[in-house]
Design a protein around this ligand. Structure first.
Ligand code: SAH
Length: 548
């Protein structure tokens, strides 16, 4: 009877962070093989297992002993801290088995039991530093040539990975971490956040948050994991946080993400992503540029110096005059989005406005013409204030987009019917851009013709014979779209702003997230004294003409 190999990662060290399967597996085993310190860590779980503990650098003999015992029919637990497959025993066990011609179908059975690796346990104590593309690099050069480790640090630093260094330092290996810091500083700012976690979830747990420049001023040892942030990692209240992405979308007056999940994935909302089609053409020159970066004057000077020195002294060590590599610096350009229109009553753009629009949008941004008297702009920028200033200066009306209050006034017959314009402007002043459960469009028309369709908006206001008519709860979209319910006639002009404010604030407070105004009106049945009546048309599906 062949035995079984249980290759167990027991996590950072505490029971609570060990998986249930790892605990069970330890108890199922006849014998335990592991490094002394690790056996000590799990000893409370042991019943009467035979313990074979060895010194640290005896991994190969540990793996061989484990295979041997399993071949004799024993259930053998081979333990590693963290995850057995991350700088642990799993690979070695397989290597020993393969050496012996082991096959899964006929050989001893092997179960690798995953555990929480140091990258995860240490990150959890630091905040959320991993979050984005990350890698692990072990600085131990006992089994890996230092040249290769150096290359990996260099490549990872260049590619802006969050980097977790395992085995950063030991009594004898002290230079490796200094070299790692030196390479990293070629690409990353000295202020890059760095987390040092010693003995995560063990008795002597110790956490330090520092930066790339100062990381070596602190104690780093065999039980430390070093987490180096990428160019966007930041510190907040002594937590190390890496944002989920490099790009952010934000809108005027709001730092909140306004795009709905389905909207976020649209190409125009992710201009930085790799898209098929149109973008291929845009991206080709960029790729070429990346491969052939423009040379700075310093570079040109250094190259010239190199040539001169070569001529004078062939033995010059090129390394000495190699330019220090550029620090990776990714200022977060965000997509700034906002809506512009020529005004509340004014529907005419000036040529100057159109020119400024083209200038601020540039080649990278987009302009979207919408059914709501607005053009939506989406512009990659790290300086939204400059954009709003330019647009403001040429008289554009700027508004946030998304789930906000928006006034859609008519043109008041190009000013011929101007009496109600001040009320429209007051409403706009007081309510436009107000955050609401769902977008709310208020139609405001200056005469009974209501040719800009106020009755078809969520709230309709029509000025007629010196007073206002009010319509509530149009269903603006869908097959069962319908106009608003006429709820009042003859509202005194001095009352209209207050009436609308009360309605809007009631909806703001009591509407459910994402609940359109007409749905809210229908649900509550009464808004500020105005009672709901069903206006939905009954749609009957006609029978098929052939009775089929
Ligand atoms: N298999 C383990 C890694 C073993 S290599 C895992 O997946 O976590 C040993 C290195 O792991 C240490 O030098 C240290 O960098 C890291 N490490 C392991 N356990 C740790 C802990 N509890 N706290 C901090 N670092 C730890």
């Amino acid at each position: 009877m062949l035995g079984k190999l249980l290759v167990i990662g027991f996590g950072p060290g505490s029971f609570e962070h060990m998986t249930k399967r790892a605990q069970d597996a330890i108890q199922e085993s006849d014998c335990i093989i592991g490094y002394k310190t690790y056996v000590e860590l799990i000893k409370d779980l042991l019943i009467d297992q035979e313990i074979i503990s060895t010194g640290m650098s005896e991994e190969v003999s540990r793996a061989q002993a484990a295979v041997h015992l399993a071949e004799e029919g024993k259930t053998v637990a081979v333990i590693s801290s963290g995850d057995a497959g991350v700088y642990g025993m799993a690979g070695l066990v397989y290597e020993v088995l393969i050496e012996k011609g082991w096959k899964e179908a006929t050989g001893v059975s092997v179960e690798v039991i995953p555990g929480v690796s140091a990258i995860n346990s240490c990150a959890s104590l630091l905040g959320a530093p991993i979050m984005h593309d990350a890698c692990t690099i072990s600085l131990s050069d006992h089994l890996t040539p230092w040249d290769l480790i150096e290359k990996r640090i260099d490549a990872a630093a260049q590619a802006d990975f969050v980097i977790t260094l395992y085995n950063p330092k030991s009594g004898r290996r002290t230079r490796q971490i200094q070299e790692a810091q030196r390479i990293l500083l070629n690409y990353r700012s000295p202020a890059t956040p760095v987390g040092l976690v010693k003995s995560a979830y063990r008795d002597r747990q110790h956490i330090v948050i520092t930066d790339l420049k100062h990381m070596l001023d602190h104690d780093i040892g065999m039980l430390t994991t070093v987490v180096i942030g990428n160019s966007t990692t930041f510190l907040y209240d002594n937590k190390m946080i890496t944002p989920r992405g490099y790009q952010r979308k934000y809108t005027l007056n709001s730092t909140e993400q306004r795009l709905k999940p389905h909207e976020r994935l649209r190409h125009e909302n992710e201009p930085w992503a790799l898209h098929k089609g149109k973008n291929d053409m845009v991206q080709q020159p960029k790729k070429w540029k990346e491969k052939n970066p423009e040379r700075s004057s310093l570079q040109i000077a250094l190259e010239a110096l190199q040539k001169v020195e070569k001529n004078f002294d062939k033995s010059t060590n090129n390394k000495q005059i190699q330019q220090k590599q550029v620090v990776v610096n990714n200022p977060i350009t965000s997509i700034f989005e906002l809506a512009v229109s020529p005004g509340i009553a004014n529907k005419k753009f000036t040529p100057k406005q159109m020119m400024i629009l083209a200038e601020v949008v540039g080649d990278e941004g987009s302009m979207e013409y919408t059914p709501h008297h607005q053009i939506i702009l989406r512009i990659p920028t790290s300086n939204p204030d400059l954009i709003t200033k330019k647009l403001d200066d040429v008289g554009f009306l700027l508004e946030p987009i998304g789930d906000v209050f928006q006034l859609k006034a008519c043109d008041f017959c190009e000013g011929e019917k101007k009496d109600s314009i001040p009320y429209a402007e007051e409403l706009h002043e007081k309510l436009s851009g107000l955050d609401l459960p769902k977008e709310l469009k208020v139609g405001f028309n200056g005469c009974g013709m209501a040719c800009f369709g106020a009755v078809n908006e969520d709230i309709g206001i029509i000025f007629r014979k010196g007073k206002f008519d009010l319509f509530l709860g149009a269903k603006t979209v869908g097959r069962t779209a319908h106009p608003g319910l006429p709820v009042a006639e003859g509202i005194e002009p001095e009352k209209i702003v207050e009436v609308i404010e009360k309605i809007v604030y009631e909806y703001k407070e009591k509407g459910h997230p994402n609940e359109r105004f007409f749905k809210y009106f229908k649900r509550v049945g009464n808004v500020q004294g105005y009672t709901y009546k069903d206006m939905a048309p009954k749609i009957e599906i006609e029978p098929a003409p052939c009775g089929d």
